[in-house]
Design a protein around this ligand. Structure first.
Ligand SMILES: [Fe+2]
Length: 320
């Protein structure tokens, strides 16, 4: 472990989302969507790897599949000195499973309560270890406006993956698994409808979150941008590319971030996020159970009707 990498004393827990892996029917459509979003998709054999500009880490991989869209597996980063403790936990709870066939087979493998394969892999901590800094705002000369000309707005390029939100049929069961097996920590929740979890060794307010649905699925990936202007400009950028459905601009209550969600070609979302709360490795975040009306957003447009539709399992009735 890098001596600079913070860790919570005595805690065995995943430190980052290392990679999320899903399949869609048409990789070309994925390339178009994520390129317009400002990511840098790279073709590697038969898959697309998702990078952010100027960052060496691969945050996600997209494969071609036959389902409308399917979460294949999720990979978490762990510290090398925690491998045997995690192996013991997996064995003690009989959670082990075979490596996913689309993976590199490395690390430890287990299933979460929804049956999704998880990979625990020794890797550098790529979740933030400090609050993400906003871009410096140039101070205009006297007599000059602060806003740039519309024609001068530069393409928005997210800096890093912030978090993922998944659907699950049983939020409390998933919450128990995430805290007891993965060592994640609860940040905030709203009844049994949604739960937000952060990494024990310091991360954004949520590294992962789970929302109630009839079945598992990936609701959105969230990407950190440098300013609230970039959240708004990102929305414009996607509208210009033909991706005009979504939700935003708004501000969340839990996590506090400014958001704009863009609906992807498969009915789920990619989020531009700015100024999310950060929870350091040595901070005990005061967990609270928030009323539903106080948990989603402070301000913003009305929530679109299809915002919480689970398109990975579209045939059953929504329960949310
Ligand atoms: Fe989000």
């Amino acid at each position: 472990m890098n001596s600079e990498t913070p860790r919570r004393a005595g805690a065995i827990g995943v430190h980052s989302v290392h990679r999320f892996v899903f399949s869609v029917p048409d990789l070309e459509e994925a390339r178009r969507f994520y390129t317009a979003f400002g990511l840098e998709p790279r073709q590697v054999g038969e898959r697309l790897d998702l990078y952010t500009a100027g960052h060496p880490h691969c945050w996600g991989s997209v494969h071609a599949g036959d389902a409308p869209k399917r979460l294949e597996y999720l990979s978490y980063g762990i510290h090398a000195e925690d491998v045997s403790a995690f192996r013991d936990r997996i064995d003690r709870h009989s959670l082990g499973c075979a490596a996913h066939p689309l993976s590199d087979g490395a690390g430890l493998w287990l299933r979460n309560p929804d049956g999704t394969p998880l990979q625990l892999v020794v890797a550098p901590k790529v979740s933030p270890s400090a609050k993400s800094r906003p871009a410096a705002r140039p101070s205009p000369a006297p007599g000059q406006g602060a806003a740039p000309a519309r024609s001068q707005v530069r393409m928005v390029r997210p800096r890093a993956l912030s978090h993922l939100l998944f659907f699950t049929a049983d939020v409390p069961r998933m919450l128990r698994f995430c805290t007891e097996i993965l060592g994640l920590r609860l940040s905030d929740r709203s009844q049994d409808i949604i739960a937000f979890l952060h990494g024990a060794h310091g991360s954004d307010h949520h590294l992962v979150a789970f929302a109630k649905s009839h079945a598992p699925g990936l609701h959105h990936s969230s990407w950190t941008v440098a300013s609230i202007d970039e959240v708004g400009s990102g929305a414009e950028q996607m509208r210009a590319a033909g991706f005009d459905r979504g939700w935003g601009l708004g501000r969340h209550v839990l996590g506090s971030n400014y958001f704009h969600y863009v609906r992807d070609p498969w009915g789920s979302f990619a989020e531009y996020s700015f100024d999310i709360d950060f929870i350091a490795h040595d901070v005990d975040w005061p967990v609270a159970d928030h009323a539903p009306e106080d948990s989603l957003y402070v301000w913003g447009p009305a929530v679109p009707e299809d915002f919480i539709t689970n398109h990975e399992q579209p045939h059953a009735k929504e329960t949310t």
